[in-house]
Design a protein around this ligand. Structure first.
Ligand SMILES: Nc1nc2c(ncn2[C@@H]2O[C@H](COP(=O)(O)OP(=O)(O)OP(=O)(O)O)[C@@H](O)[C@H]2O)c(=O)[nH]1
Ligand SMILES: [Mg+2]
Length: 195
């Protein structure tokens, strides 16, 4: 799918840019992921969680005091002259329309999953399927969260066989990169290998 990566006029010759979106439910680690992986200071749109928000949002993660209300943005250059622009989605289901717009022009999606609440990632997968955007599942490994065999996870997510699954820690660069590399390799396959 060579046509999926495109050269932008402002990039040095030989560089290609790829837009990807990081999705997943509230508090799964999307903002942490972009913060860990971005080579530029990430753009964040965090607002404090309030009692008013509890009326409309199901917030099952008690330890957070802020939430993304628009998007995160970061950039990472990979080997092979590939510049990845990362857009982090907000987590609450009421932002679905906004996520649909974020997916406009995206070449791939990274869906973060917390194994304590796998079903909460269905909505993200649904939005990607609806937009016909290829995606990779990235299990964000929280301490104390159950570990499942890949087959069990695939079954729980009703995942098509072609969709890759990786495990990572969204807070650490080298671990976070495994998800990005799996996604970009999938998007560009069989164009080239990336590192
Ligand atoms: N143990 C552990 N904690 C993590 C990991 N990734 C993120 N966290 C923590 O989990 C919380 C969630 O982080 P965020 O990155 O704000 O999550 P988010 O998905 O952007 O949340 P919303 O924007 O509100 O939907 C933070 O307190 C992180 O420090 C991880 O891999 N392991
Ligand atoms: Mg966030």
């Amino acid at each position: 799918m060579v046509s999926n990566a495109f050269s932008a006029p402002y990039l040095p010759a030989g560089m290609r840019s790829v837009k990807i979106v990081v999705l997943g439910p509230f508090g799964v680690g999307k903002t942490s992921y972009i913060g860990a992986i971005s080579e530029i200071a990430p753009l964040r749109t965090e607002e404090r969680l309030t009692r008013a928000g509890q009326v409309v949002d199901e917030l099952n993660v008690a330890t957070k005091s802020t939430t993304t209300v628009a998007l995160d943005f970061g950039r990472r250059t990979l080997g092979g002259g590939i510049v990845v622009y990362l857009f982090g989605a907000p987590g609450q289901p009421r932002f679905a329309d906004m996520i649909r717009s974020l997916l406009d022009g995206a070449l791939g999606g990274l869906v973060l999953v917390d194994t304590r609440r796998i079903e909460e990632s269905f909505e993200s997968i649904g939005l990607l399927e609806e937009a016909d955007v290829p995606y990779v599942i990235a299990v964000n490994t929280f301490a104390g969260a159950p570990l499942y065999d890949e087959a069990v996870l695939r079954d729980a997510l009703s995942l098509p066989p072609a969709r890759p699954v990786v495990h990572l820690d969204a807070r650490h660069l080298e671990s976070a990169k495994t998800g990005l590399i799996a996604l970009v390799a999938d998007i560009l396959r069989p164009m080239r290998s990336v590192t």
